[in-house]
Design a protein around this ligand. Sequence first.
Ligand SMILES: C[S@@+](CC[C@H](N)C(=O)[O-])C[C@H]1O[C@@H](n2cnc3c(N)ncnc32)[C@H](O)[C@@H]1O
Length: 296
Amino acid sequence: MTAMAPPAPPASTAPAARAVALPWPLPALLAWAAAWGLALGLLRLGMAPALALSAGLVLGGVAALAGRTRWRRLLIAGGFPVSLLASGWAPALPAAGWLLPLALLWLLYPQRAWRDAPLFPTPARALDGLARVLPLPDGARVLDAGCGLGAGLRALRGAYPAARLEGHEWSRPLALACRLRCRDARVRRTDLWAEDWSGFALVYLFQRPESMARAHAKAMRELAPGAWLASLEFAVPGVRPDARLDALDGKPVWLYRRPVGTAAVAAPAARPAAGVASMKASVSSSTGASQRSGRA
Ligand SMILES: C[S@@+](CC[C@H](N)C(=O)[O-])C[C@H]1O[C@@H](n2cnc3c(N)ncnc32)[C@H](O)[C@@H]1O
C-alpha cells in the first residue's frame, strides 16, 4: 500500500487534463453533441430559448474541463456557441441572453479558482490507507483546501472517521453544494490562500503542479510542528516527501511534515530533506489532543 520514494517529477498538466483518454477530436464532438442535445431537449420541453441555450453552453463549459490542453478546452467549450451563431438562431436571442451563460460560468468558476485548479474530484479510493501512513488523533482538525464538491472531504472522512473536517472553496455554488453533500464537515466559501492553516493537523490539497511550491511554503510557515500537508498526485518540486501513499495507480498522495522542533521554513528550497525512509509518523495534533505513533 505504501512506498517510500523520491518524488516523481511534477506532472505538467492539471488534473482535468488527464480525465479523458478518448482520441481527439472525439471529446469535442461528444461535448458539442451533448450541448446541442441538451439545448434542443429543453426547448422541446418548452423552456425559454435563452435558458435552454445557456444550459447547452454551461454543459460545453463543464465538458471543457476534460480537455488536455488550453486550446482543446477552448475548442470543446467554443463549439456549441460557434455552431449556434452559424446556425442563425442566435439573433433570435435577446441581447442579454448571451450574458446569462457567461454569468453562470463565472459564478461556477470565478477567476481565482481557475488560477489554481478547476474542479476535478478526488477519486473515491485515492485516500484508502492514509490513516495507516499518517495516523491522527480523534478530533484532529483536517482541511481540504479547495474542496470543490466534497469528494476529497468524503475520502478524508473514510480515512479519519473521528476527525473534525473542514473545507475551503472559492466558488460559491461549489461551496454551497459541498456544504449540502458533506454535512459532517464545516465548509466555508473562502480563498484557500487567505486562510490560516495553523490549527490543522493535516491540510489536504488536490490542486495543480504550479500551486505546490506556494502551498508547501504556506504549510511550513503556518502549520504546527509535526502537522502535515498532503497533496494528491502533484509533488512539491525539489522537496523530498516525508511519506507517500499509493492507494490508486497514478494518484500518489505526497506527504510533507512540518519538522518538529525547528523554526518555520520560508521556502521549499530551504527545507532539509527529511528522513524519508525512516519516517515514524508521530503526529501531534494542533488541537493538543493525544499523540499516536504509526508506521511508514
Ligand atoms: C481539483 S479540484 C479538487 C476538489 C476537491 N479538493 C476534491 O479533491 O474533490 C480544485 C478545487 O479548488 C478550488 N479552488 C481553486 N483555487 C481556489 C482558491 N484560491 N481558493 C479556494 N478554492 C480554490 C476550485 O474551485 C476547485 O473546486
